[in-house]
Design a binder for this molecule. Sequence first.
Ligand SMILES: Nc1nc2c(c(=O)[nH]1)N[C@H]1C(S)=C(S)[C@@H](COP(=O)(O)O)O[C@H]1N2
Ligand SMILES: [Mo]
Length: 329
Amino acid sequence: MWIKRNGHLSGDDIARSEITPREVFENRRRVLRALGAAAATGLVGVNGEALATMTSPDAKGQKLAAKTNPKYVVTDKVTSFKDITTYNNYYEFGTDKSDPAQNAHSLRPRPWKLSVEGAIKNPKVYDIDELLKIAPLEERVYRLRCVEGWSMVIPWVGVSLSELIKRAEPTGNAKYVQFITLADPSQMPGLSTPILEWPYSEGLRMDEAMHPLTLLTVGLYGEVLPNQNGAPVRIIVPWKYGFKSAKSLVKIRFVEKEPPTSWNTYAPTEYGFYSNVNPNVDHPRWSQATERRIGEDGFFTPKRKTLMFNGYADQVASLYQGMDLKKNF
Ligand SMILES: Nc1nc2c(c(=O)[nH]1)N[C@H]1C(S)=C(S)[C@@H](COP(=O)(O)O)O[C@H]1N2
Ligand SMILES: [Mo]
């Protein structure tokens, strides 16, 4: 079947130019720190003016005031904004890495509603602007490791998902959390191809969802999320393969049973529910022991060793104590 061609075969080898990501990043940080002093949370303009007075209807490129949380900053060199926003997986906009950047302009990230529902005391439909204010936004620099064998280092902006979960007050029946992406054919040309089961759906166990590393993500590089990266709100789970980090969320649902997830439904023997980054458990069609860091891919550049739990073992290994990670892959 043709879909196997795109079914997470490893990525291409296009050489990418380096645009001094470090300097750009440091400079942005200084700007953000200055903005942080002017506005505690939420959207601000480059000079600190209120959002309503200066944004385009979709808030494209809008700066976000966020304080770097030094607890969650990896020291690896940050990937360039260009690579992060032009080398994407977002199948709702096509299966080639360059498709989302080319096609996702048709996504309308504003106005946007996110429904928080299911086994909770306080179901609520958040407007995106309200969501940006539930807690002070943080900048966190995380590794992202795709199951295809490439990785990036991304300065995200968001808040711990636990902030939202606390407000929802889960009941005793809430054992898992399901994340559901928008599925609107008028905005997403890729939906006409039945590659995955739409809407894109992912899930976490409750303790994984509550873990402070799990980020309700609204921006990167100090700006609102570009459409191709999952505007206006997505989840980022840095110790799991990238596909667990669902984009453009419209529903977060608390459920009792392990929810179906799009990649597991597509190929149950290849993509498990847990999908923790694990160099010792290979994908059935390729090794997971090494990775290619996007931006470092010269002809002689050695691959990097993939780290257990993507380098977050100190923080998350205890969640899986006593579990057979080969069985629960
Ligand atoms: N809705 C949706 N979310 C998605 C995907 C997708 O195709 N659709 N791809 C996943 C995969 S495989 C990866 S590696 C990451 C990529 O995120 P990025 O493009 O922001 O780097 O998004 C994940 N979230
Ligand atoms: Mo991925």
